[in-house]
Design a protein around this ligand. Sequence first.
Ligand code: G
Ligand code: G
Ligand code: MN
Ligand code: NA
Length: 262
Amino acid sequence: HGLTTALPAALERGEFFIEYQPLVRLGDASVRGAEALVRWAHPQHGVIGPDRFIPLAERTGLIVPLGRWVLEQSARQAKVWLEALPPEERDTPLRVNVNLSPAQLHHPGLVADTVEILERIGLPAGALCLEVTESALIGADEDLLKPLRQLAEMGVHIALDDFGTGYSNLANLRRLPVGVLKLDRSFTQGMQQHPADPVDLKIVEGIVSLAHSLDLTVTVEGVETGAQADHLRRLGCDTAQGWYYARPGPPERLRELSLADA
Ligand code: G
Ligand code: G
Ligand code: MN
Ligand code: NA
């Protein structure tokens, strides 16, 4: 595959860039952070989305240096956002969410690399949230969970991404070092209008209640309408992400939104 062989040189040439999609607190629509989403500005093919090249990078192992690059860029960006906050908001917990591939989770350097990047940039651990998919943690043994546990103990937030698309072993949640559930957007498709699908409402209500009883916060992905936001707020979801609030975009966008909502 041509794209696969072009990946290492693309990283060296700086052809990757990151867009950020705001994470919004449902209660007051204030921006609480953003998810980092990597793109490839390919010199011939134009912008290529992560769905097309992340699987290739995972197969070749390039995901480890690429993921490290994403983490470093995102940490730098989060530092810029934090320093731009007006003094009265310096205590605002602002976060950058970074996706972790299974290969990064298995890589022995994950904890050391993360600590090194946070220290060098001077970013508090609490300003970073690492997103791991539910499927990556299915059947995870203690060896796989240990690095996540260490990061969580340092104050890094861990989110379970795409929650509800895998086995959703609810009992299993208790043994994972996870503080955030990111509910897959399939759960909220029946809430795009008023009235919402009553079964979807019940399911999300149940998940929120379970999550909160385990001290987890709930972020909902793919919120596209005001009706969805209303339903989710009423159901007690904590944060939302989606086109209704903002599409992924350049980092300057977040500052505008953040200041506009302040
Ligand atoms: O941005 P977009 O909606 O096209 O993202 C598609 C998928 O690519 C999402 O599942 C997202 O988690 C994944 N993705 C985006 N950026 C990264 C990244 O930096 N690392 C990994 N591992 N996955 C990413
Ligand atoms: O990591 P994850 O798979 O959750 O990545 C989020 C993906 O969802 C990205 O591809 C992003 O572009 C996409 N996305 C973000 N907001 C919306 C939305 O409101 N609707 C839909 N359909 N997709 C969204
Ligand atoms: Mn994600
Ligand atoms: Na997701």
